[in-house]
Every structure is written in C-alpha cells, then in structure tokens.
Design a protein around this ligand. Structure first.
Ligand SMILES: Cc1cc2nc3c(=O)[nH]c(=O)nc-3n(C[C@H](O)[C@H](O)[C@H](O)COP(=O)(O)O)c2cc1C
Length: 303
C-alpha cells in the first residue's frame, strides 16, 4: 500500500494572530482572514460563525487560499501535475461527458507568448507550469463522427455551457490539490483576450476553447500574498428564497473593509467601484466584448 505523504503547508506556518488575551484557534484565524475580520477596524473582535466549528483540514486549506503571482524558480514535478489532473478528473462532470481537457505548457517561449497575450502578465513566465483549461467538444464530435452519428445537439448554447462548467469545476479541484501540496497558483482569464492566438499556440482543434489559464509553482516566501476577504456569507447565502434588498448593508460593510485591504496593498479604490467599472461598458472588457464571435469562430454554434 502506498503511503500518502503529509499534506503541504495549507495553513500558514507563521504564528496565528491573537485576539485580546486569548489566542485564536487556527480555524478562527483563517475564518477571520477570509471575511476581513483581521482588518484594523475589526481588531480585537472575534468572528461569530457556526461554520468555524466545522472546519476540516480540507476546508482550512481552502480558507487559506490566496492567488500567488510571485514564484520561486523551483520545478513542479510530473508527479505533482499528475496528482492535480487526477484531482481534476475526480470532479463531477455533467452526465460524465468529461468535455474538458488541459494543456500543460512548460516551454518558456510559449509561456512568454501567453504572458503577452494575457496583457503582460509576467507571472506566466515566473511560474514553471502554465496549465490551460479547455472547454472541449472536439473529442465528443470525433466520437460521433467516427460512428457517423448526428451532432446537432452540440450546436446548442447548453452544450457549450456544459463544456465550460466541466472545465471550471475540474480546474478548481486541481487548484485545491495544488494548494494541498504546498504549491501556489493564479488563474489567468487573460488567455481569452485573443482566443484565436491561444488556439494557435496550443494547436487546438475546432470546437475547443481555451477558457482560462493557471500558473502553478512554488510561492516565493519573500513576497507572500494575503488572503483577500470575501463578501459576508449573508450576501451570497440565501435560505429558501433569494433576497436582493437585504444585501445593501452588508455590502457597504464589505466595501469599507475592502478599502482597508486595498490600502494595505498600496491600492486605491473600493470593491463596488470595480463592479461598476466592469459593468460600465465594452471598454472595460479587455477586448473580450467580441467573445460571441470568437466562440462561433472556434466552432461553437450558439443556437
Ligand atoms: C476565471 C478567473 C480568471 C482570472 N484571471 C486572472 C488574470 O488574468 N490575472 C490575474 O492576476 N488574476 C486572475 N484571476 C485571479 C483573481 O483576480 C483572484 O482570484 C481574485 O482577485 C480573488 O483573489 P484570491 O484568489 O487571492 O482570493 C482570475 C480568477 C479567476 C477565477
């Protein structure tokens, strides 16, 4: 029987912050960071949440997630990538169609091209491995073509959605796996800035689409990233019926906490300003406002 190696440093190794005179539990500290209770305006308060008592090692690793953009040059091994792929394949898949693929890119020149394509995102060159997650209907079409079976169902938006959902769900399983091994990662939606270029770099056939990339490597401990607080649970967690009106007050609270967080990162602005900027119009979409056409050019019919 193989021995499973101990989990990597999913929970930060530095001493956890103390509140008042009583030290926080690991779970409390992770929860605090996740919801921004560790900002100056909340210092000394303890988060009250029943979920804290239910935190497992897996959840602790998830609570400790932060995107990593600064990497050591150390290698990510084939065994580590293979374990990530196995975790990805262990995710649920709509009707078990498994309409996704992943392309591992290590070649520095290709990574440099992706860094360019994504808008000068240098972390793609810094990380030894760049995984590109593919919404993949090509394999399904090939299976049907080999059997001379009809493929009209592949032309519907629903089928495209299934491929993108499958790719995203698989990728996030791989992300959790990577972090459990002590690796760091950041997703890169910038690969959608030029879908045709991304497809050419990877030799993608028609009916496949590079949905997003993922830089994977060893986090540089000299330049750590912080856990970014998320919306209060009451904003995203509805019971029985959806409530929009009740979200305003907790969102305002979060906005204030995020302003503190951004200031700590030498960044200005508010979270709600980012939302408004994104919705303001095509100018804020990095060229991706033409996505419908790009999808059609890649062979997704969008009926
Ligand atoms: C689909 C997707 C695409 C993303 N694209 C980029 C990207 O192109 N560049 C980048 O630096 N971060 C990217 N991110 C990372 C997000 O900015 C990050 O997850 C978010 O700010 C929350 O921060 P955290 O991951 O540290 O909690 C992306 C995340 C997702 C899920």
């Amino acid at each position: 029987m193989t021995t499973v190696p101990p989990a990597g440093p999913a929970v930060p190794e530095e001493p956890l912050p103390a509140v008042g005179s009583s030290p926080r539990t690991d779970a409390e500290a992770l929860w605090s960071a996740r919801y921004g209770w560790d900002t100056e305006s909340r210092a000394g308060e303890s988060p009250q949440a029943p979920g804290i008592a239910a935190v497992t090692d897996v959840i602790a690793s998830q609570l400790a997630h932060r995107s990593v953009r600064r990497f050591l040059p150390d290698d990510v091994t084939d065994a580590q990538v293979s374990a990530m792929v196995a975790a990805a394949q262990s995710a649920s898949s709509s009707s078990n169609l498994q309409v996704w693929s992943v392309v591992e890119v290590r070649d520095p020149q290709t990574r440099a091209q992706f860094a360019d394509l994504a808008g000068d995102q240098r972390q793609i060159m810094a990380a030894p491995v760049f995984l590109v997650w593919i919404a993949d209907l090509a394999r399904a079409y090939q299976i049907a073509a080999d059997a001379q079976a009809p493929t009209e169902g592949g032309e519907y938006v629903e089928t495209m959605l299934v491929a993108f959902l499958d790719a995203a769900i698989a990728a996030q399983n791989a992300a959790v796996a990577a972090e459990s091994m002590g690796l760091g990662l950041v997703y890169v939606g910038g690969v959608r800035n030029d879908p045709a270029w991304a497809a050419a770099l990877l030799g993608l056939p028609q009916r496949t689409f590079a949905a997003f990339g993922m830089c994977v490597g060893h986090p540089d401990p000299a330049r750590p990233s912080r856990v970014k607080p998320r919306l209060p649970q009451e904003v995203v967690w509805h019971r029985e019926r959806y409530d929009l009106a009740g979200q305003s007050a907790p969102i305002a609270d979060y906005d204030a906490r995020m302003a503190e967080f951004y200031a700590g990162q030498s960044m200005a602005g508010r979270w709600t300003a980012r939302i408004k900027a994104r919705l303001s119009g095509p100018a804020a979409m990095s060229g991706r406002e033409t996505m419908k056409r790009s999808l059609q050019e890649r062979g997704f019919e969008l009926r």
